[in-house]
Design a protein around this ligand. Structure first.
Ligand code: SPV
Ligand code: MG
Length: 288
């Protein structure tokens, strides 16, 4: 299948990508009109009830990624964290995600095991630049024969190493063959990302994750020019938590489901999301 994510960014557009932690959330992202789905490590960890700190195995994440790809027709960007080890691990893991049908993978320059980026006081230690270049080259090699975008992610700003180091790492990762650079920031305003983008050479396009600085709108991102993908990285799981809390509290408060019933998705809606109609058509055609 042609890589529609590559087409979208190649045609000068901005791809907006929504997180998912299972096929149902991915299907809702597709229904809402997003250009792609982010198989988020943070979301899957949250869905399992554990911290996003390299606790889930690569196969747990890959299994969910495969399930999402099977049920959704927009491109998937796989969050591979640090690549689950060294460059040899990266090659092994990227090959598996490429064969699974990912449109893109992201690897980040933190040490394994990692800590999640937006946690105050989290362990944010980076590997050497040369080591990460090796990982990018291993990812590139594993992508041969697949239409896979390799996205290198620097955590230099997350680790408080400064703008110069972030730019240096970005440049080195572009040289090593990354297709795009994900620059992550934990600042509460867009200033740091705007400053980075303005200073960026433009060697390869940028990807951002504006969780910490929600005031940066897509219109402003487009005006900055060098950013090609915006990932809304945890809004599926946060929306689910908000909705479940509200509904569960209402049922407790009302002493039953009689009030809430009209305000939540109907069972028929869920049947539709499960593609029950297609199964019924198959029954009609094949069951004899
Ligand atoms: C994720 O969604 O897993 C990410 C983005 O990597 S962040 O949680 O901000 O690190
Ligand atoms: Mg992640």
């Amino acid at each position: 299948m042609a890589n529609r994510l590559r087409d979208k960014i190649g045609s000068g557009g901005l791809a907006t990508v929504m997180s998912a932690h299972n096929p149902l959330s991915a299907r809702l992202a597709e229904e809402a009109g997003f250009d792609g789905v982010w198989a988020s490590g943070f979301e899957l960890s949250a869905a399992y009830g554990v911290p996003d700190a390299s606790l889930l195995s690569f196969t747990q994440h890959l299994d969910m990624t495969r399930a999402i790809i099977e049920q959704c027709s927009i491109p998937l960007i796989a969050d591979l964290d640090t690549g689950y080890g060294n460059a040899v691990n990266v090659g092994h893991v990227v090959g598996a995600y490429a064969r699974a049908g990912s449109a893109a993978i992201v690897i980040e320059d933190k040490i394994f095991p990692k800590d999640t980026s937006l946690l105050p006081g989290g362990r944010q230690e980076l590997v050497r630049i040369e080591e990460f270049q090796g990982k990018i080259e291993a990812a590139r090699a594993a992508s041969i024969g697949h239409d896979l975008l390799v996205i290198a992610r620097t955590e230099a700003l997350i680790a408080d190493l400064g703008m110069a180091e972030a730019l240096r790492r970005g440049g080195a990762y572009a040289e090593a063959g990354a297709d795009l650079l994900l620059i992550h920031s934990k600042r509460r305003t867009p200033d740091e990302i705007v400053a980075f983008t303005e200073s960026w050479s433009g060697a390869i396009p940028l990807v951002i994750v504006p969780t910490a600085y929600p005031d940066l709108t897509e219109a402003r991102v487009r005006a900055l020019g060098k950013i090609k993908i915006v990932i809304y990285a945890n809004h599926a799981v946060r929306a689910a938590v908000t909705a479940m809390r509200e509904v569960f509290a209402a049922i407790r408060r009302d002493g039953g489901i009689h009030e809430i019933d009209k305000r939540i998705a109907s069972v028929e809606d869920i049947f539709d999301l499960q593609r029950v109609a297609a199964m019924k058509a198959a029954e009609k055609r094949y069951l004899r």
